[in-house]
Design a protein around this ligand. Structure first.
Ligand code: UDP
Length: 315
């Protein structure tokens, strides 16, 4: 008998790839999304699949029509890009709070496994480097980014509370910067921003002096990590990310070289509370899940650039 999955944020970048993976494994997927930042286009190729059902709804308000019993509940709904969470701070807080509780209640009701996609932003502007799961973070609770950071920290807290109080079988993934096809072109994050700028012959906008670092994980690796985690009995957070760390200025140069663009680099003000460095320690993911990323930055970026070229050609 095939597993039944309930996924919030299913029309988003990572959510849509997770749908593909679970359908490929023979599962049945009930996909929820309010389409505030997700796109129906990301799921167009699975519409018509009898094992796939899409429901447009705002999980922070109510879940309607997701009938029957589920084996796995996945809470991915979130406004993950700084551009979007600054635009929708209340909705961002709700996705971590009321929406998380609603999805946990469904998992409790059905005795289903529950997985939440949390974030490296729980570490804030980290004073430990690279970041291990045991680090408690350095977060500004009233800064502009707090709507995202604190929403995810609350989401982790309520997930642990449902596990401790009701015995719900929960997993917490702390996702580091992830990229790949189906990111929104206008999403504002550095990967789509630089690729879009290069494709349009515009200057690449490096914020600050470009010495801040990030580590980029390709989406297929990330989804593989999520699927392994969802089968494990690890209740505490697990980092999922690629430990290859680059300065943002170096990343801009990689994009220039890969795309053969003559677009220059231009410097813009650094957003407030922009973390200075970020790199996952993935020892725990290796030990507990036998997981490590496989896709090189060059291969992943090539796939992503091809995707964006296709989107622009069909626009
Ligand atoms: N960034 C940049 N130019 C852009 C967009 C982002 O230099 O056009 C920087 C941003 O300031 C941050 C890093 O790239 O230091 C990653 O930003 P992103 O929004 O992708 O994700 P974050 O890790 O900040 O959530």
């Amino acid at each position: 008998m095939s597993l039944r999955h309930l996924i919030s944020g299913a029309a988003g970048f990572i959510g849509s790839h997770l749908c593909d993976r679970l359908l490929a494994e023979g599962g049945e997927v009930v996909a929820l999304d309010n389409l505030i930042t997700g796109s129906a286009d990301n799921l167009a190729h699975v519409q018509g699949n009898p094992k796939f059902h899409f429901i447009q709804c705002d999980v922070s308000k109510r879940v309607e029509g997701a009938d029957g019993k589920f084996d796995h509940v996945w809470h991915l709904a979130s406004l993950a890009s700084p551009r979007f969470y600054l635009m929708y701070p209340i909705e961002t807080l709700e996705s971590g709070s009321t929406a998380t509780q609603r999805m946990l209640e469904i998992a409790q009701r059905d005795d289903a496994r529950f997985l939440i996609t949390s974030t490296s932003e729980c570490y804030g502007d980290p004073l430990e480097h690279p970041q291990k799961e045991t680090y408690w973070g350095n977060v500004n609770p009233v800064g502009e980014r707090s709507c995202y950071d604190e929403s995810k920290r609350y989401a982790e807290a309520i997930t642990m509370a449902f596990h401790r109080k009701f015995g719900v079988k929960t997993n917490i993934a702390r996702i580091f910067n992830t990229y790949g096809p189906r990111m929104a072109l206008n999403d504002g994050r550095v990967v789509p921003a630089f690729i879009d700028q290069a494709l349009h012959g515009q200057a690449l906008t490096v914020f600050g002096d470009g010495t801040q670092t990030r580590s980029f994980c390709y989406v297929s690796d990330l989804v593989d990590g999520l699927c392994r985690l969802a089968k494990s009995d690890e209740r505490f957070p697990v980092n999922l990310g690629n430990p290859l760390e680059l300065k943002i200025s170096e990343f801009a140069e990689r994009i220039q070289a890969l795309m053969g663009t003559t677009s220059p680099i231009t410097y813009r003000p650094l957003p407030s509370d922009d973390p200075k460095q970020r790199k996952p320690d993935i020892t725990k993911a290796a030990q507990v899940l036998g997981w490590a990323p496989k896709v090189s930055l060059e291969d992943g970026l090539r796939e992503t650039v091809n995707y964006f070229k296709g989107r622009l050609a069909s626009a």
